[in-house]
Design a protein around this ligand. Structure first.
Ligand code: ZN
Length: 205
Protein backbone atom coordinates (compact mmCIF):
# COMPACT_ATOMS: atom_id res chain seq x y z
CA UNK A 1 0.00 0.00 0.00
CA UNK A 2 1.34 3.39 -0.93
CA UNK A 3 0.91 6.20 1.50
CA UNK A 4 1.46 9.85 0.76
CA UNK A 5 4.99 10.85 1.65
CA UNK A 6 6.42 7.35 1.23
CA UNK A 7 9.06 6.66 -1.36
CA UNK A 8 8.24 4.13 -4.08
CA UNK A 9 9.18 0.56 -3.25
CA UNK A 10 12.86 -0.21 -3.71
CA UNK A 11 12.04 -3.18 -5.91
CA UNK A 12 10.22 -0.95 -8.34
CA UNK A 13 12.12 -1.18 -11.60
CA UNK A 14 11.22 2.32 -12.64
CA UNK A 15 12.78 3.59 -9.45
CA UNK A 16 16.08 1.75 -9.93
CA UNK A 17 17.13 3.15 -13.30
CA UNK A 18 17.12 6.50 -14.96
CA UNK A 19 17.98 5.68 -18.55
CA UNK A 20 21.18 3.67 -18.27
CA UNK A 21 22.03 5.06 -14.81
CA UNK A 22 21.58 2.83 -11.77
CA UNK A 23 20.19 4.99 -9.02
CA UNK A 24 21.63 3.08 -6.01
CA UNK A 25 25.12 3.76 -7.40
CA UNK A 26 27.18 6.83 -6.76
CA UNK A 27 27.94 8.62 -10.04
CA UNK A 28 31.49 9.46 -11.11
CA UNK A 29 31.08 9.99 -14.86
CA UNK A 30 33.95 9.06 -17.18
CA UNK A 31 34.41 10.69 -20.59
CA UNK A 32 35.73 7.38 -21.96
CA UNK A 33 32.73 5.94 -23.75
CA UNK A 34 30.97 6.00 -27.08
CA UNK A 35 27.74 4.86 -28.66
CA UNK A 36 27.01 1.16 -28.94
CA UNK A 37 26.47 -0.13 -32.49
CA UNK A 38 22.90 0.22 -33.66
CA UNK A 39 20.80 -2.69 -32.49
CA UNK A 40 23.38 -3.99 -29.99
CA UNK A 41 21.73 -6.22 -27.42
CA UNK A 42 23.28 -5.61 -24.00
CA UNK A 43 23.62 -9.28 -23.18
CA UNK A 44 26.96 -9.88 -21.44
CA UNK A 45 28.51 -8.83 -18.12
CA UNK A 46 32.32 -8.79 -18.05
CA UNK A 47 33.96 -8.86 -14.61
CA UNK A 48 37.34 -7.29 -13.99
CA UNK A 49 39.60 -6.49 -11.06
CA UNK A 50 41.61 -3.34 -10.56
CA UNK A 51 43.42 -1.39 -7.88
CA UNK A 52 45.90 1.46 -8.22
CA UNK A 53 48.62 1.12 -7.29
CA UNK A 54 48.02 -2.65 -7.40
CA UNK A 55 46.93 -3.93 -3.99
CA UNK A 56 46.18 -0.47 -2.57
CA UNK A 57 42.47 -0.05 -1.83
CA UNK A 58 40.21 2.87 -1.06
CA UNK A 59 42.01 5.61 -2.96
CA UNK A 60 40.89 7.77 -5.84
CA UNK A 61 43.41 6.59 -8.47
CA UNK A 62 41.08 4.14 -10.27
CA UNK A 63 38.39 6.79 -10.68
CA UNK A 64 41.04 9.32 -11.64
CA UNK A 65 42.23 6.88 -14.34
CA UNK A 66 38.69 6.48 -15.67
CA UNK A 67 38.30 10.28 -15.52
CA UNK A 68 41.52 10.94 -17.50
CA UNK A 69 42.94 12.90 -14.57
CA UNK A 70 45.39 10.42 -13.06
CA UNK A 71 48.72 12.03 -12.20
CA UNK A 72 51.07 9.67 -14.06
CA UNK A 73 54.01 10.90 -12.00
CA UNK A 74 52.43 10.24 -8.62
CA UNK A 75 53.56 6.60 -8.51
CA UNK A 76 56.05 4.56 -10.56
CA UNK A 77 53.33 2.07 -11.54
CA UNK A 78 51.18 4.84 -13.01
CA UNK A 79 53.88 5.39 -15.64
CA UNK A 80 52.80 2.11 -17.22
CA UNK A 81 49.31 3.56 -17.70
CA UNK A 82 50.34 6.88 -19.19
CA UNK A 83 47.94 8.00 -21.90
CA UNK A 84 45.57 5.07 -21.37
CA UNK A 85 41.91 5.95 -21.90
CA UNK A 86 39.71 3.34 -20.28
CA UNK A 87 36.51 3.04 -18.32
CA UNK A 88 33.99 0.59 -16.97
CA UNK A 89 30.32 0.98 -16.34
CA UNK A 90 30.67 0.10 -12.65
CA UNK A 91 33.34 -0.01 -9.96
CA UNK A 92 32.64 -1.95 -6.77
CA UNK A 93 34.75 -1.06 -3.74
CA UNK A 94 35.92 -3.52 -1.07
CA UNK A 95 33.10 -2.34 1.19
CA UNK A 96 30.47 -2.98 -1.49
CA UNK A 97 29.96 0.64 -2.55
CA UNK A 98 28.88 0.77 -6.19
CA UNK A 99 30.13 3.62 -8.34
CA UNK A 100 28.89 4.11 -11.89
CA UNK A 101 31.13 5.77 -14.46
CA UNK A 102 29.32 5.14 -17.78
CA UNK A 103 25.63 4.75 -18.60
CA UNK A 104 24.75 1.15 -19.35
CA UNK A 105 23.20 2.32 -22.60
CA UNK A 106 26.63 3.51 -23.81
CA UNK A 107 29.73 1.57 -24.80
CA UNK A 108 32.45 1.66 -22.11
CA UNK A 109 36.09 0.85 -22.83
CA UNK A 110 37.06 -2.10 -20.62
CA UNK A 111 37.42 -5.37 -22.51
CA UNK A 112 39.65 -4.42 -25.47
CA UNK A 113 40.26 -7.16 -28.05
CA UNK A 114 37.85 -9.81 -26.83
CA UNK A 115 35.49 -12.59 -27.81
CA UNK A 116 32.75 -14.48 -25.99
CA UNK A 117 31.21 -17.67 -27.43
CA UNK A 118 32.45 -16.74 -30.89
CA UNK A 119 31.24 -13.16 -30.78
CA UNK A 120 34.00 -10.52 -30.94
CA UNK A 121 34.24 -6.96 -29.61
CA UNK A 122 32.60 -7.53 -26.25
CA UNK A 123 32.55 -3.81 -25.46
CA UNK A 124 29.84 -3.45 -28.10
CA UNK A 125 27.37 -5.54 -26.14
CA UNK A 126 28.76 -5.86 -22.60
CA UNK A 127 28.43 -4.16 -19.25
CA UNK A 128 31.86 -3.89 -17.62
CA UNK A 129 32.14 -4.22 -13.85
CA UNK A 130 35.45 -3.59 -12.11
CA UNK A 131 35.92 -5.09 -8.65
CA UNK A 132 38.41 -3.28 -6.48
CA UNK A 133 40.98 -5.96 -5.93
CA UNK A 134 44.16 -7.64 -6.96
CA UNK A 135 44.21 -10.23 -9.73
CA UNK A 136 44.40 -13.68 -8.18
CA UNK A 137 43.62 -12.50 -4.63
CA UNK A 138 40.31 -12.96 -2.77
CA UNK A 139 37.53 -10.42 -2.95
CA UNK A 140 35.52 -9.09 0.00
CA UNK A 141 32.12 -10.41 1.11
CA UNK A 142 30.36 -7.05 0.63
CA UNK A 143 31.58 -7.05 -2.98
CA UNK A 144 29.81 -10.35 -3.70
CA UNK A 145 26.61 -9.03 -2.14
CA UNK A 146 26.77 -5.79 -4.14
CA UNK A 147 27.68 -7.64 -7.33
CA UNK A 148 24.79 -10.10 -6.93
CA UNK A 149 22.33 -7.25 -6.40
CA UNK A 150 23.72 -5.25 -9.32
CA UNK A 151 23.80 -8.27 -11.64
CA UNK A 152 20.20 -9.15 -10.84
CA UNK A 153 19.10 -5.56 -11.39
CA UNK A 154 21.03 -5.41 -14.67
CA UNK A 155 19.43 -8.66 -15.81
CA UNK A 156 15.98 -7.17 -15.20
CA UNK A 157 16.85 -3.97 -17.07
CA UNK A 158 18.82 -5.42 -20.02
CA UNK A 159 18.65 -8.75 -21.89
CA UNK A 160 21.70 -10.08 -20.00
CA UNK A 161 22.32 -13.70 -21.01
CA UNK A 162 25.86 -14.35 -19.80
CA UNK A 163 28.51 -13.35 -17.30
CA UNK A 164 32.23 -13.92 -17.75
CA UNK A 165 35.59 -12.66 -16.56
CA UNK A 166 37.98 -10.55 -18.58
CA UNK A 167 40.25 -13.64 -18.47
CA UNK A 168 37.53 -15.60 -20.29
CA UNK A 169 36.85 -13.08 -23.06
CA UNK A 170 40.55 -12.27 -23.61
CA UNK A 171 42.32 -15.53 -22.70
CA UNK A 172 46.09 -15.40 -22.83
CA UNK A 173 46.02 -11.61 -22.75
CA UNK A 174 44.13 -10.90 -19.52
CA UNK A 175 43.97 -12.71 -16.18
CA UNK A 176 41.47 -10.73 -14.17
CA UNK A 177 39.60 -11.16 -11.93
CA UNK A 178 41.66 -14.35 -11.54
CA UNK A 179 41.66 -17.38 -9.30
CA UNK A 180 40.70 -15.39 -6.20
CA UNK A 181 37.25 -14.71 -7.58
CA UNK A 182 34.74 -17.30 -6.37
CA UNK A 183 32.33 -17.85 -9.28
CA UNK A 184 30.36 -20.48 -7.39
CA UNK A 185 29.76 -18.01 -4.56
CA UNK A 186 28.37 -15.41 -6.96
CA UNK A 187 26.27 -18.09 -8.62
CA UNK A 188 24.80 -19.11 -5.23
CA UNK A 189 24.05 -15.51 -4.27
CA UNK A 190 22.39 -14.88 -7.62
CA UNK A 191 20.27 -18.01 -7.71
CA UNK A 192 17.46 -16.61 -5.57
CA UNK A 193 17.51 -13.26 -7.34
CA UNK A 194 17.38 -14.28 -10.99
CA UNK A 195 14.31 -15.37 -12.88
CA UNK A 196 16.33 -17.05 -15.65
CA UNK A 197 19.62 -18.92 -15.93
CA UNK A 198 22.75 -17.16 -17.15
CA UNK A 199 25.56 -18.58 -19.24
CA UNK A 200 28.69 -18.89 -17.05
CA UNK A 201 32.34 -19.54 -17.79
CA UNK A 202 33.20 -23.22 -17.62
CA UNK A 203 35.03 -23.60 -14.35
CA UNK A 204 37.60 -26.21 -13.49
CA UNK A 205 36.14 -28.54 -10.87
ZN1 ZN B 1 40.04 -6.40 -17.01
Amino acid sequence: MTTAGHKPARGDRGDLWRGGWYRPAQRQPSPNFGPRPAGADISLIVLHSISLPPGVYGGVAVLDLFGNRLDWDAHPYFQTLRGLQVSAHFFIRRGGQIIQCVSGDERAWHAGASCWRGRANCNDYAIGIELEGLEGQPFAAPQYAALARLTADLARHYPIAAIAGHEHVAPGRKRDPGAGFDWARLQRQLMARLDRPLDWPRMAA
